[in-house]
Design a protein around this ligand. Structure first.
Ligand code: FES
Length: 108
């Protein structure tokens, strides 16, 4: 797996999630209201639901299906029914490029 440019920073809408696949790894990429970009695993750990279809609230992404909210910083669910975390990927911003390597997970 190698780092790839997934989009331009200027393509991301604040407080919205976008699904990307990098080397077969699905991730939800979010530009939060502080201007930080996050990338977490896109599949909810409670069911086969794309988290990119969910709702952003601060630094959490809530699954629309049953309401588990995942921290964009730690990947941990903050409420049931999900109880397993999703991976968090390191994001590099290079000029206007958003670059993510699915092999590089944030160590918590
Ligand atoms: S599928 Fe996401 S909380 Fe149930």
């Amino acid at each position: 797996m190698t780092a790839q440019r997934v989009c331009a920073l200027s393509d991301l809408e604040q407080d919205a999630a976008v699904r990307f696949e990098v080397d077969g790894v699905a991730m939800a990429v979010v530009l939060d209201s502080n201007g930080e970009v996050h990338a977490i695993g896109d599949t909810c750990t409670h069911g086969d639901i794309s988290l990119a279809e969910g709702f952003i609230d601060g630094d959490t992404l809530e699954c629309w299906a049953h309401g588990s909210a995942f921290s964009l910083r730690t990947g941990k669910p903050l409420n049931l029914p999900a109880y397993e975390p999703v991976p968090v990927f390191a994001v590099v911003i290079d000029g206007d490029d958003v670059i993510i390597d699915p092999a590089v997970k944030v160590e918590l």
